[in-house]
Design a binder for this molecule. Structure first.
Ligand code: AOF
Ligand code: ZN
Length: 364
């Protein structure tokens, strides 16, 4: 790959990033059209239902697209979804070469876009800056290939690993900058998930307030339907965006919540609790691509044990609470280090007085 190709793909990635967190259930995609070394078109996918990145870039390029090279972070689509196939638009525009970051993992595309382009005599290359292209679409890749949502667990903890004091108080462990960051995270997810104990203890809003952006759905795990009807997330303006996941199928009790506008999902029971596997499958089917898991520790421990957490974001505050506090995961029975759940660190950054640590499950 030439230095110039890499430069153009970098630009396509920067364009794609403008859409990250806004395109669900679609991927974020960026595209650059280059003619005789000059950029003549740029575009990115802004929202599901709106034109794809290639179509936006081609429309900016106009007749200059004829004979041009196209750099796109994802394989151009070959199917008609909410919008027509990009591969056909590229063929119609008469481009010479298409350089893509990665194959579209959507089974409806998965190589068919490249095949269409090649059949029309267009030069196709792919795998350019593939790792970076994949990294911006982890939730899309997981959801489109497995049907399951991508789960990110976020927690604020003291430097000695506590998420609350013995009385359950946790406001505030992290600084204002970190809380703003959390609101940006919320705005970029389809749903926030918490356990019913968190709802009872904190009566949280679970909305986006500190930054601009839309509030995601709220999912409460509530095996025995203990959520009080008076909580904030069931208030008139919020209940329609709240889902209660339970195992109880008592329609009379459901009515308490559904009459307020909330949705109740009845799941299989596993070990006396909502089956995580069943719940995640049901949420995935509803088109929920990404979930921000915000606690409490029992739910986080259970999700961890089910290998259901895809990404971890820890805010580390320079504070110490000591041994009366609560740990971020309720998880018992690990007695030797080789039983430890192993993670690998990703990006580490400062956030006001805190440190943000990204981690992923360690590759086996
Ligand atoms: C592209 N360029 O910018 C995006 C692509 O329903 P539709 O028509 O929006 O199609 C959605 C699918 O198209 C999505 O699942 C993914 O496979 C692909 N997204 N493809 O060529 C784009 N956003
Ligand atoms: Zn497309």
């Amino acid at each position: 790959m030439s230095e110039q190709d890499q430069r153009h793909m970098k630009r396509a990635l920067a364009l794609a990033r403008k859409g990250v967190g806004k395109t669900s259930p679609n991927p974020a995609v960026g595209c650059v059209v280059v003619k005789d070394g000059r950029v003549v078109g740029e575009g990115w996918h802004q929202k599901a239902g709106l034109p794809h990145a290639e179509v936006n870039a081609l429309s900016m390029a106009g007749s200059e697209a004829q004979g041009a090279d196209v750099f796109v972070t994802l394989e151009p689509c070959s199917h008609t979804g909410r919008t027509p196939p990009c591969a056909k638009a590229l063929i119609a525009a008469g481009v010479r070469r298409v350089v893509a970051g990665m194959v579209d993992p959507n089974p409806q595309v998965a190589g068919k876009g490249f095949a269409l382009l090649r059949k029309a005599g267009i030069i196709v290359e792919h795998g350019v800056m593939e790792a970076e292209c994949r990294a911006i679409n982890r939730p899309f890749i997981k959801h489109v290939t497995t049907g399951l949502p991508y789960v990110t667990y976020k927690c604020a903890m003291t430097l000695d690993g506590n998420i609350a004091t013995v009385t359950g108080e946790s406001q505030w462990i992290s600084c204002l900058d970190s809380r703003r960051y959390t609101h940006r995270l919320r705005a970029a997810h389809d749903a926030i998930m918490v356990g019913v104990d968190t709802i009872i203890a904190d009566n949280p809003h679970l909305t986006v307030r500190h930054v601009k952006g839309r509030s995601p759905l709220r999912i409460i795990l509530d095996t025995r339907l203990r959520t009080p009807e008076s909580v904030t997330v069931l208030s008139e303006s919020m209940a329609h965006g709240t889902i209660i996941a339970t195992t109880e199928s008592n329609p009379r009790v459901h009515l308490r919540y559904t009459q307020q506008g909330a949705t109740v999902i009845v799941c299989d029971e596993y070990d006396g609790r909502v089956s995580m596997v069943d719940l995640l499958q049901k949420l995935g089917k509803r088109g929920i691509q990404s979930i921000l898991l915000e606690g409490g520790s029992r739910l986080a421990g259970e999700m961890l044990q089910n290998n259901a957490i895809d990404e971890f974001i820890f805010f580390l505050a320079p504070k110490i609470i000591g041994s009366d506090g609560f740990a971020p995961f309720t998880l018992r029975g690990i007695t030797s280090m080789d039983q430890a759940i192993k993670l690998q660190f990703g990006q580490i950054a400062h956030s006001g007085q805190d440190i943000i640590v990204h981690a992923w499950p360690a590759e086996a």
